[in-house]
Design a protein around this ligand. Structure first.
Ligand code: C2E
Ligand code: CA
Ligand code: CA
Ligand code: CA
Length: 280
């Protein structure tokens, strides 16, 4: 800011002050969002590209803010991570997903598996560790196959022995693990060695550029071939066009997720989709 003229400096600090204030308000609001029942979950179907069945979905959080309207996760999850609020939020998501998936498995889809996005903070917090979820699953009788934990590759940057130990505990208990946003981190392939992985999710940036940048198509195919040899299932994210779908299918990609098939759906709409699938 020093190099900027006096006037600009003034505006610069004002905008910084505004940003800080906005952030503080957001944090204050976030603290009450659970108690005020402002969060809800949407479920985005994940399609089996071999037989078009839907037995998986990703749980994505939404925040209905009383004055600001709908706030997307990209606008509050990072702040929640920094402040530690993510732990309460994740616990809330987990409980809600367990309740929904158990019901749906009983009534509409016995093999349904819902994936939950997890935060590295939750693996490293000494008091509120994510492994408590294993106990909760036993208590509320959620079968381990009913949930899958997604962990974002780039968030593993400070690659951590304790995270991998805990992921192994989940895996041992029968819970599947997915490496999210695969290909966007600095050392994607070394993560495959260090972390137990059942699924990897090809980041949507690759899927989107696949039809324009031939190198990205090659990368996608290479990831799929490598995963197959390692016994890892592949989910392609962000499929929006028939062309992307057919290319991925021809490459042998196992699962697909994206607006072409379905947007993230509210509880009732996902329920209706499962009903429709059961009826046919
Ligand atoms: P993500 O885990 O990579 O989730 C996929 C994002 O891609 C979602 O955005 C989804 O709505 C969006 N998406 C799905 N299909 C398409 C498509 O065809 N095209 C495009 N352009 N986008 C598509 P969303 O719901 O806004 O979530 C953003 C991120 O916020 C997630 O990225 C995840 O990192 C985080 N997030 C969401 N819910 C949770 C949660 O419950 N806990 C945690 N820790 N993070 C969450
Ligand atoms: Ca995810
Ligand atoms: Ca992702
Ligand atoms: Ca992401």
């Amino acid at each position: 800011a020093k190099a900027i003229g006096k006037n600009n400096y003034h505006y610069y600090t004002k905008s910084m002050r505004d940003a800080a204030l906005k952030r503080m308000t957001l944090i204050a609001d976030l603290r009450h969002a659970i108690d005020n029942d402002e969060f809800y979950i949407v479920y985005q179907p994940i399609i089996n590209l071999h037989d078009q069945s839907i037995t998986k979905a990703e749980a994505l959080i939404r925040w209905r803010h009383p004055t600001r309207g709908l706030v997307g996760p990209d606008d509050f999850i990072p702040v929640a991570e920094e402040t530690g609020l993510i732990i309460d939020i994740s616990d809330w998501v987990f409980e809600r997903v367990c309740r929904d998936v158990c019901l749906w498995r009983k009534t509409l889809c016995p093999t349904l598996q819902i994936s939950i996005n997890t935060s590295p903070t939750h693996y490293t917090d000494p008091e509120r560790c994510i492994t408590l979820w294993l106990e909760k699953m036993l208590i509320n009788r959620t079968p381990p196959q009913a949930v899958l934990l997604e962990i974002t590759e780039s968030l593993l940057m400070d690659a951590n022995k304790s995270i991998s130990t805990k992921l192994f505990q989940f895996r041992q208990a029968g819970v599947d693990i997915a490496l999210d946003d695969f290909g966007t981190g600095y050392s994607s392939i070394s993560y495959l060695k260090r972390y137990p992985t059942d699924f990897l999710k090809i980041d949507k940036s690759f899927v989107h550029s696949m039809t324009e940048v031939s190198n990205d198509k090659v990368l996608c195919e290479a990831i799929i071939v490598m995963a197959k040899k390692l016994g890892i299932k592949v989910v392609a994210e962000g499929i929006e066009t028939q062309e992307q779908y057919h290319i991925l299918q021809s490459m042998g990609c196992d699962y697909g997720q994206g607006y072409l098939f379905a947007k993230p759906l509210e509880h009732q709409a996902f329920n209706a989709l499962l009903e429709q699938q059961k009826a046919t």
